[in-house]
Design a protein around this ligand. Structure first.
Ligand code: NAD
Ligand code: DAU
Length: 346
């Protein structure tokens, strides 16, 4: 079995690559990544010498790269995670999201179709987001039947890519499968997203910019539990199906931030209340979705998946990882990221 994982040097992709390389020594795992600002091979240092791991620098916008890599490895499966993933960046530069998330996905579908026509036992697994469903009010959950209603350029681009994936299934019988997952957190998360940004800012004693009234709600899932779900869906999911993946763990942003401040103060030996003083309410994100919450009962009933750690356990492990990996933080926050950060917050 040979699997191409796109975006394997990014946050979730690196956990997926590590899990597959470690758990399936008989498979060849090919990490196809363009190494944008979000891709970092340091995320995979511990497994890069494994004989079943292969890295190919390649861009999903370049069909020449895709042809070369498909011809070289003849993959049986693709797990597609490569994307532009940050909502705030999509507000600043929507076209980058159109190119990578929509056109890049269609390129990958087209090359897979060309190489797999007339074959059996292949699988194109597209990793997507709950943001395609739009925003919930105070109650209710996103199910696999919820109508798409994206609001940000990021979620609109992911919604479009999901439609293309299903269209290739319907039109060409490409064996596709889609999952829509809630907010992930954990090690290797790029410090532009809420949790790692705030951990980094607490370490650096910088303000913690809470958007709007801070009462927005997200459903948080530890990234290693998402990797377990991806493993299960890849091996046991049914072709042409969609599975929602969520943390059963809704938190209002401000409650999460206060918990994070308390845990960081304890771990860093600060006086209680030190980090909370850094909280600063700032202008809201345009088009900000009020609440996301996933009904993950389908994947639970059909594939037996549920998260293995509580939010408190996952957050504690995450903080420990960042406190032990300050060099990683320094590397990824230098250069291009600094320019973005200044534009966004100063
Ligand atoms: P990330 O931004 O951390 O990583 C994206 C990776 O894709 C990087 O390694 C980057 O180098 C690579 N990449 C970007 N453009 C590329 C291109 N043109 N060609 C090849 N590689 C390219 O993203 P993430 O948070 O790990 O998200 C991975 C996937 O999971 C995305 O599709 C995202 O939409 C989806 N998702 C993320 C979350 C979340 O909470 N982070 C939740 C649900 C779904
Ligand atoms: O729901 C899944 C999605 O979760 C993924 O598809 C995206 O790739 C991922 O980035 C994430 O999107 P969010 O926009 O929900 O994540 P982010 O960490 O950017 O923001 C989480 C919440 O925190 C959101 O309500 C906005 C708020 N926020 C974020 C930042 C960066 C702040 O209040 N201040 C901030 O500085």
């Amino acid at each position: 079995m040979t699997i191409i994982v796109t975006g394997g040097a990014g946050f979730i992709g690196s956990h997926v690559v590590r899990r597959f390389v470690t758990n399936y020594p008989g498979y060849r795992i090919v990490n196809l990544d363009a190494l944008t600002y979000a891709g970092n091979l340091e995320n995979l240092r511990d497994i890069e010498q494994e004989p079943n791991y292969f890295f190919e620098k390649g861009n999903i916008l370049d069909t020449g790269d895709l042809e070369r890599i498909f011809s070289q490895y003849s993959p049986d499966g693709v797990i597609h995670l490569a994307a532009e993933s940050h909502v705030d960046r999509s507000i600043l530069s929507p076209l980058d999201f159109v190119y990578t998330n929509i056109i890049g996905t269609v390129n990958l579908l087209s090359v897979a179709r060309k190489h797999w026509t007339g074959t059996k036992g292949k699988r194109f697994y597209h990793v997507s987001t709950d943001e395609v469903y739009g925003a919930l009010g105070a109650t209710g959950y996103f199910t696999e039947e919820t109508k798409y209603d994206p609001h940000s350029p990021y979620s609109a681009s992911k919604a479009s890519s999901d439609h293309f994936v299903r269209a290739y299934g319907d039109t060409y019988q490409l064996p596709v499968i889609v999952t829509n997952c809630s907010n992930n957190y954990g090690p290797n998360h790029f410090p532009e997203k809420l949790i790692p940004l705030f951990i980094n800012n607490i370490i650096e004693k910088k303000p913690l910019p809470v958007y709007g009234d801070g009462l927005y709600t997200r459903d948080w899932l530890f990234v290693k539990d998402h990797a377990v779900a991806i493993d299960l869906v890849f091996h046991k999911g049914k072709d042409f199906e969609t599975y929602n993946i969520g943390g059963f763990n809704e938190r209002k942003n401000i409650d999460l931030v206060k918990l994070l401040c308390k845990m960081m103060d304890e771990k860093m030996g600060n006086a209680p209340g030190t980090s909370e003083k850094l909280i600063t309410y700032v202008k809201d994100r345009p088009g900000h979705d009020r609440r996301y919450a996933i009904d993950a009962s389908k994947i639970n009933k059909e594939l037996g998946w549920k998260p293995s750690v509580t939010f408190e356990e996952g957050l504690s492990q995450t903080i420990d990882w960042y406190l032990q990996n300050t060099e990683w933080l320094k590397h990824v926050t230098s250069g291009e990221y600094q320019q973005y950060y200044q534009k966004q917050y100063q």
